[in-house]
Design a protein around this ligand. Structure first.
Ligand code: CDP
Ligand code: MG
Length: 733
């Protein structure tokens, strides 16, 4: 019999989320679990081949002779050394014939916009070309990536191509991890990291070239970078700026950068057949699995790429595929399953790039990361359920949510394109042609218009940019969001009433984390628990990935996890218990395995980084793990903005900007239901959930944030009588 654990509930909620998402495609009442699917062929996309500088470059189509030549060269290459092979492979990339033209364009213009198909070699080759042309002698060659995984993976590839050790001449820098040295001249980094570098080096003096890559992704950090690099380009005429992107909408970028010239790299692409489901599909995960198996048994050789929305879904899909193929044995060819998402350990990421052995078929299950950031060779079939996880932000309530949302037409096109890189391919869209036409937006809304700006505003303020309203954004964020961020920073004490950065604010900006988290860390010394708070900050920074619960060992996992929640004072302390338990075993991986926790190595790295930053900010390291009250007070000192109290009807209400919220079922307090809570974040899935919560006392709010909470208001709320039946905490009282 199925046990009703909080986790079971959570799984159910996740299933509901899929259903809810599907209903956006008109599949509300469809319950079918088909064993096979009918697709209608609607369209063949012949990808347009672009031309260099709007000139008259020839269309690059591989002729039969060229194909034979390429195959012969590939055979010959096998006999050569690995390094030589890699050098040969570089020359086969679509980018290569334009190497000299590109370098000439860079020489002649300060800013250029580069557009080229995913896989043409922009990310891996252009920084190398610049290096080979001698730009490394003038300064570092930087290249930003919106995604952590891409920055690491691409840097590793380029180090290999250049025959150097990663971290020496070629390195990468991502939040909480710096793999560079004094020798580093080609540096890949996340866009967020470059933003932080502005703090120490506002003119990017150590760089000769900066490539803002994947510009079409329009992440928050990339959008802010646009404004900053555009600005410094004016007083650093020697700095070369390259803005590169995979989409065709280069004119907008060009116009923004004072009509910078556009360099187009003709892509080699093959036609992709687009197939749609005949009817809306209620469960895209199931449909993706069935479609994969259908392809596997009926279609010629070629790897499959499935786009899903996140780690949980990818793991579920992997599990389903294993279950379904287990009984089939030798009846079908081998199916190699290779997942890829942001938190996947780097040794496992390499699997997606390994060539598929003859007779087998690789199935790459990926998040959006495979849309343009990573190129995987050999993909012939793409399965596109039509969704991605997207954050949205309501500046009025301060509610952030990460929701499964239909993708844009531009994304759908990118996804389909992944099937036609090396040969003609097929894209199975798990939605109808009608839905594509009528329900998908043309383009994704830039992140800057749908996210909390707290961190970015703090950073811009520390860069001395005071007039944020008139900052040169490509697409400005809503003013309401900007004001909300300013207001929060003011409440946290980071800004004074003139809107200027305070000493505290300057300190807070040193930490690459949310302003509330930064404030909590800075205040922790006062409560004598800075070491514990650093641990908690590191643990919450790795997200919800700590507690691991394999289906076949669910009961063991639940028992192991329960032990961390001893005392039931809250999830923050439980997370600290996990880290301290692991530290006691001298960081043994066996311990993580036995206790069903993971991502701990990353938590340790983040913690080390935070400790380093604390040292720099002269925050003393003091420890008192037993004083759980002091720890929770320290948390509250940063998160007094995020508090809620229990209501008569068993739900919670946020104390300021009142709205109804609930404890997330994965919390250790979900059944205990304390009267007052501080929460780490609000997530909107099927309900408005508070994730990672701890019990607090109402009087702390008045004590810690008297400028924000009035004693009267808090005491009135605290005096309200609640029915005894609410939660275990109420029963005890
Ligand atoms: O940036 P763009 O999409 O234009 O291409 P790229 O990322 O530079 O990829 C160029 C080539 O390098 C592709 O054929 C990739 O398969 C290969 N590559 C690889 O083998 N391993 C990596 N980690 C990254 C790229
Ligand atoms: Mg790229």
């Amino acid at each position: 019999e199925k046990q009703e654990t909080p986790w079971a509930q959570q799984e159910q909620f996740e299933a509901e989320q899929i259903k809810k998402a599907a209903s956006k495609f008109g599949a509300k009442d469809r319950k079918s679990k088909a064993e096979s699917y009918d697709y209608v062929f609607e369209d063949q996309i012949e990808f347009i081949v672009d031309q260099y500088l709007a000139g008259s470059g020839p269309e690059v189509e591989e002729t039969k002779e060229e194909k034979l030549k390429r195959e012969r060269e590939a055979r010959e290459a096998e006999q050569r050394s690995e390094f030589e092979q890699i050098q040969e492979a570089r020359k086969l990339l679509p980018m290569f014939p334009y190497r000299d033209d590109l370098l000439k364009a860079v020489e002649e213009h300060q800013v250029i916009i580069i557009v080229g198909e995913t896989g043409s070699g922009k990310t891996t080759q252009i920084p190398q070309y610049l290096y080979e042309a001698g730009y490394g002698k003038l300064g570092k060659i930087g290249c930003t990536q919106p995604r952590r995984v891409a920055a690491m993976s691409v840097a590793a590839r380029v180090a290999q191509e250049m025959g150097v050790k990663l971290g020496n001449e070629v390195g990468y820098s991502i939040r909480f991890e710096d793999c560079t040295s004094d020798k580093t001249l080609v540096k890949y980094m996340t866009d967020g990291m470059l933003l932080r570098e502005f703090l120490g080096e506002p003119d990017l003096a150590s760089y000769s070239c900066m490539m803002v890559d994947e510009a079409h992704e329009r992440t928050l950090h990339t959008d802010v970078l646009f404004g900053l690099v555009k600005d410094i380009a004016r007083f650093r005429p020697d700095l070369k700026l390259l803005i590169s992107s995979a989409t065709l909408d280069a004119e907008k970028f060009s116009e923004y950068f004072d009509f910078a010239p556009i360099f187009r790299i003709p892509g080699r692409r093959y036609p992709v057949d687009i197939l749609y489901t005949k009817a809306p599909e209620a469960d895209y995960l199931h449909a993706a699995v069935v479609t994969t198996l259908q392809i596997h048994v009926s279609q010629p050789a070629g790897d499959v790429l499935i786009f899903l929305t996140g780690q949980e879904e990818i793991e579920a899909c992997e599990e389903l595929l294993r279950q379904r193929t287990r009984g089939m044995g030798s009846k079908i060819g081998e199916l190699i399953i290779a997942p890829i998402y942001a938190n996947l350990p780097s040794d496992m990421q390499a699997k997606i790039f390994e060539p598929t052995p003859p007779g087998a078929r690789k199935v790459v299950i990926a998040t959006n990361i495979a849309e343009t950031s990573l190129t995987i060779d050999g993909i012939k079939y793409v399965i596109d359920p039509g969704f991605c996880k997207q954050n949205s932000y309501n500046p009025r309530t301060g509610m952030e949510s990460l929701q499964v949302t239909p993708i844009s037409k531009a994304s759908a096109l990118q996804r389909a394109g992944r099937a036609g890189r090396t040969a003609p391919g097929k894209c199975f869209r798990l939605y109808t042609a009608w839905a594509y036409q009528h329900e998908l937006e043309d383009n994704t809304v830039p992140e800057i218009q749908r996210t909390n700006l707290g961190n970015v505003v703090l950073l811009l303020k520390s860069l001395g940019i005071n007039d944020l309203i008139n900052f040169d954004f490509m697409d400005p964020p809503p003013t309401e969001t900007m004001f909300r961020a300013l207001e929060q920073l003011y409440a946290l004490g980071a800004l004074n009433d003139k809107g200027e950065l305070t000493t505290l604010g300057r300190k807070m900006a040193e930490f690459p984390v949310d302003p509330m988290l930064a404030k909590m860390i800075i205040q922790s010394q006062k409560y004598g628990v800075s070491e514990e708070v650093a641990t908690i900050a590191a643990m919450v920074s790795i997200g919800g990935a700590v507690f691991y619960r394999p289906k076949d060992k669910a009961v063991h996992a639940d028992n192991a996890h329960k032990a961390f929640h001893r005392g039931n004072v809250g999830d923050h302390i439980a997370l600290m218990n996990v880290f301290n338990g692991w530290a006691e075993t001298n960081f043994a991986s066996q311990w993580c395995f036995e206790n069903f926790v993971r991502s701990m190595k990353r938590a340790r790295d983040i913690r080390d980084q935070l400790l380093g930053l604390m040292d720099r900010c002269e925050i003393e390291l003091v420890s008192n793990p037993q004083d759980v009250e002091a720890i929770r007070k320290a948390i509250t000192s940063g998160f007094f903005y995020h508090t809620a109290s229990l209501q008569k009807n068993g739900s919670y209400r946020t104390v300021k900007n009142p709205q109804t919220v609930h404890i997330h079922p994965s919390s250790g307090l979900s059944e205990i239901m304390p009267r007052w809570l501080v929460y780490h974040e609000l997530v909107l899935t099927t309900k408005e959930y508070m994730r990672v919560v701890s019990e607090i006392k109402p009087e702390w709010l008045v004590e810690i944030a008297p400028h924000y909470y009035s004693k009267k208001e808090i005491m009135e709320q605290a005096a309200k009588k609640l029915p005894k039946t609410l939660g275990k905490a109420a029963e005890k009282a």
